[in-house]
Design a protein around this ligand. Structure first.
Ligand code: F6R
Length: 242
């Protein structure tokens, strides 16, 4: 695991965006693994800027998102498909057919998970996977106790994650407690992994991920096993590292 500590969240976004730009410049056919949440927003804005300045094209790229709420269709404003359209896909030249997000409205979600794995394999595997970090150490929606070799599947969200993500939902609005998520094994299969974490509220999870034991209690600790994992932190997120 390579650890990069930068002064601010803006520097983290610059660094992460540059890795994506280099990836796409070196291989325009890249298969990208993407994340939602607050952390990647600034990185996505930088990719949009680079596209608008004609420094970057996604015309031949493919993307696979980590996860989706089970029970939300892609046109639901809280769905991760909707998030991706709003914050990236609608602003770049990626072909809609080349963007994949697990289908939260699937009639047979178990089959949809298997199919998602098959789609990733058929695309040749993920070249660069972007990750955020949950305060409880989750990656994707692989909550603590997730199997370290798990594949895309249905996963129950912990109360902590439901509370953390309640900020995206209106008061009284239905908030799903189940998700479809790539597994930890799926994530570890990516050729390169880039995890971004910013802010003091991630510091404990960062410490467990990097300095703690390899354990399902901190799913992100599985990245210790990856040959090409880069963890980019701001000083606040890195504050408790030895
Ligand atoms: C999102 C995802 C989650 C988030 C994590 C951090 O697709 O898979 O693991 O990356 O919950 O979320 P933020 O960035 O909002 O702190």
């Amino acid at each position: 695991m390579q650890i990069v500590i930068l002064a601010t969240a803006d520097h983290v976004a610059d660094y992460g965006a540059q890795l994506f730009i280099s990836q796409l410049t070196n291989n325009p056919n890249s298969v990208l693994g993407l994340a939602t949440g607050s952390t990647p927003l600034a990185l996505y804005q930088r990719l949009i800027n680079a596209y608008q300045q004609q420094r970057l094209t996604f015309a031949r790229a493919k993307t696979f998102n980590l996860d989706e709420y089970l029970g939300l269709a892609g046109d639901h404003p809280q769905s991760y498909r909707y998030f991706m359209q709003q914050h990236l896909f609608d602003h770049i030249d990626i072909l809609p057919a080349n963007t994949a997000v697990p289908c939260g409205a699937a009639i047979d979600p178990v089959a949809a998970c298997l199919e998602y794995e098959q789609q990733i394999t058929a695309a040749g595997g993920i070249d660069l996977q972007l990750l955020g970090l949950g305060r409880n150490g989750h990656i994707g929606f692989n909550e603590p106790s997730s199997g370290l070799r798990s594949r895309t599947r249905i996963k129950t969200l912990t109360p902590a994650t439901i509370t953390d993500n309640a900020r995206f939902f209106q008061a009284g609005e239905y908030q799903p407690h189940l998700s479809l998520t790539m597994g930890i094994g799926t994530i570890l299969d990516a050729r390169k992994v880039l995890l971004l974490a910013t802010g003091a509220n991630k510091a404990n999870a960062v410490k467990a991920m990097i300095e703690g034991p390899l354990t399902a209690a901190c799913p992100a600790s599985a990245l210790q096993l990856h040959q090409h994992a880069i963890v980019v932190l701001d000083e606040a997120a890195a504050a408790t590292l030895a």
